[in-house]
Ligand binder design. Structure first.
Ligand code: F6R
Length: 357
């Protein structure tokens, strides 16, 4: 039920702090230790390489998951779009583990890969929001997202839940491998939940940006580096699917290799600047596009801000910035769609769960 909300999408965006806290509770024992099945832990430590398979928003969460698993648990990871993987399978490592990320657990493209993976005799773990879904039943192991039903076609809370669960999985695997960490995922996710709450209370600001930048825009670019780049891909997908504005996410460093030719007087460019190690470079990119007429909007993080930034996100741990940087992009897309009279919860040509290949 939508309750007092005009749309499910807005309700689901607002639910994200609760989802984070729910995940903390579900994945933590009373003694504060992580609560994951032993056989999942064993499968993770036995694997010499993880293959993440997903589509759309879940694929974007997988890209962030790769960074988490590689940096925290030191496990090599490849991320693949399910529909491509089926006929373009890479050479597999000796002991692969497959992770399927799917909100619905019913996506046909991902299922086709799971069927093939099982035929080859490999193990699979499904991360899903729907216990008992096809991908959950057919995989060896399941991790639940505990995000509650996601009704709006545009995925929001499932994306952040997927990243949170991947972070917990990465830390659990690191512990199992004896890797020392100074990163407590539950403490850091609690900080993320508070940051999300703060951002959810700044809707007017997001609405103003949507009106100012996107009410008549033909296109929009999202630029970022490192983890911000992955969030840009997700921000662009959100905007495309509900507002029908042509949008693309680009790696800041790639701009000069072609994309910058698209920048005209007034082209909206939304830049994420939450990554300390590339802060100067992304700000350089913002200047480059602004010099060519782009109408720029910088979203940065506390501690890295400049005077002209439109949104300064509350600081969170460097591993978890996507969980908060995506939130303004979700809200900006929502308000852009609203201003353009689009059907936010049921965009044209799209279905919530894509059960055909
Ligand atoms: C975007 C969106 C889709 C899904 C994709 C995969 O907002 O909802 O891109 O993410 O169809 O769906 P699941 O995660 O159910 O496998």
């Amino acid at each position: 039920e939508k309750g007092t909300y005009p749309h499910f999408m807005l309700k689901e965006i607002d639910e994200q702090p609760f989802v984070m806290r729910n995940i903390i509770n579900k994945y933590q024992n009373e003694d504060g230790k992580l609560k994951l099945d032993d056989d999942i832990r064993q499968a993770m430590t036995a694997a010499d390489r993880v293959y993440i398979i997903a589509c759309g928003t879940s694929y974007h969460a997988g890209l962030v998951g790769k960074q988490l698993l590689e940096n925290i648990a030191k496990i090599p990871v490849e991320v693949h779009i399910a529909s491509e993987f089926v006929y373009n399978m890479p050479l597999l490592s000796e002991k692969p583990l497959f992770i399927f990320i799917s909100q619905s657990g019913e996506t046909a493209d991902s299922r086709a890969v799971l069927v093939e993976v099982k035929r080859l005799g490999h193990k699979a773990l499904t991360i899903t929001n729907v216990p008992g879904s096809t991908l959950s039943r057919e995989a060896n192991y399941t991790l639940n997202l505990y995000a509650g039903p996601e009704i709006a076609v545009a995925s929001t809370k499932a994306y952040t839940a997927q990243i949170a669960v991947l972070a917990i999985l990465a830390v659990d695997s690191a512990h199992a491998k004896g890797i020392e960490l100074d990163f407590n995922p539950m403490q850091e996710l609690a900080i993320v939940a508070n940051a999300m709450e703060t951002l959810c209370s700044q809707k007017e600001q997001m609405e103003n940006i949507a009106r100012e930048y996107l009410s008549v825009a033909r296109n929009c670019f999202f630029i970022g580096r490192s983890a911000d780049f992955y969030v840009c891909l997700e921000g662009a997908l959100k905007l495309k699917e509900i507002s029908y504005i042509q949008a693309e996410g680009f790696a800041g460093g790639e701009l000069k290799h072609g994309t910058i030719a698209l920048i005209e007087e007034g082209t909206p460019v939304i830049a994420l600047a939450t990554q300390e190690h590339v802060n100067l470079s992304i700000r350089g990119n913002v200047k480059e596009v602004a010099a060519r007429g782009a109408y720029t909007c910088v979203i940065s993080m506390d501690g890295m801000q400049d005077e002209e930034d439109r949104i300064v996100l509350p600081a969170v741990h460097a591993y978890l910035t996507p969980l908060v940087s995506v939130l303004p992009l979700q809200l900006i897309s929502y308000y852009a769609a609203l201003h353009r009279d689009c059907d936010v919860d049921k965009p044209r040509n799209l279905a919530k769960s894509v059960t055909v290949e």
